[in-house]
Design a protein around this ligand. Structure first.
Ligand code: HEC
Length: 165
C-alpha cells in the first residue's frame, strides 16, 4: 500500500513537471505546426472510424458478434475520443467558406467549435463515456444498445461541428 502511494506521488511529480514544461513551451510559442495537429486529429478520427466500422460490421444482420473482440474496439474508441478534443488549439481553426480543400490534409472542423469549446469538449467526453460503458457491458443486447447510442453521438457531433466537403 505504502509503495503504491509512494509511486503515485512520484508519478504526480513527473506529471506536474511535464505540465509545467508544456506551459513554458506554450509561452515560448514553441508549438507543433497547426497543420501537424490537424493531420493528427484526422488520423485519430480515422482510427475511431475504423474501430467503429469493425463493431458495426459485427452487429449487422449478416455479421457475427464476438463480444470480447468488439468490446476491445469500443475501449479503443473511448480512449481516442478522450484525446481528440485536446487537438484543437486555436491556430487549427482554419476552415474557410469557398476555399478549395484537400480532404486528406485540410480541416473540416466548423469554426463554431471555438466559439463554444466547452460544449464541444463535453460532447467528446460523453461519447467517450458511452464507448467505455459499451466496453464494459455484460450482455450482447446491452452492448448493442450502447453502440446505437454511440452512433447517434458521432452523427450528432458531426452535424453541428463539421463542414461538408
Ligand atoms: C465531439 C465531436 C465528435 C464526435 C463525438 C465524433 N466526431 Fe468524428 N469528427 C469530428 C470533427 C470536428 C471532425 C473533423 C476534424 C477535422 O477535419 O479537423 C471529425 C471527423 C471525422 C471523420 C473524417 C476523418 C478524416 O479523415 O478527415 C470520420 C470518418 C469521423 N469523424 C468518424 C466518427 C465516428 C465513427 C464517431 C463516433 C464513434 C465520431 N466521428 C465521433 C467531431 C466528432
Amino acid at each position: 500500500m505504502r509503495a503504491l502511494r509512494k509511486r503515485s506521488r512520484v508519478l504526480t511529480g513527473i506529471l506536474a513537471a511535464a505540465l509545467e514544461l508544456a506551459a513554458v513551451s506554450a509561452l515560448a510559442e514553441d508549438q507543433p505546426p497547426a497543420k501537424d495537429t490537424i493531420f493528427t486529429r484526422k488520423i485519430v478520427m480515422g482510427e475511431i472510424d475504423m474501430n467503429m466500422d469493425e463493431i458495426e460490421t459485427m452487429l449487422a444482420p449478416e455479421g457475427k458478434l464476438e463480444l470480447a473482440d468488439a468490446q476491445e474496439h469500443a475501449e479503443v474508441i473511448s480512449t481516442l475520443l478522450m484525446a481528440f478534443p485536446h487537438l484543437f488549439p486555436p491556430a487549427t481553426n482554419q476552415w474557410k467558406e469557398g476555399a478549395t480543400r484537400d480532404p486528406a490534409t485540410d480541416t473540416f472542423a466548423n469554426p463554431a467549435i471555438w466559439s463554444n469549446f466547452g460544449e464541444f469538449y463535453k460532447r467528446a467526453s460523453e461519447a467517450s463515456k458511452i464507448a467505455w460503458n459499451a466496453s464494459r457491458t455484460k450482455k450482447p443486447d446491452e452492448f448493442r444498445a450502447q453502440i446505437k447510442e454511440l452512433r447517434l453521438r458521432c452523427n450528432g457531433c458531426h452535424a453541428l461541428n463539421m463542414k461538408p466537403e
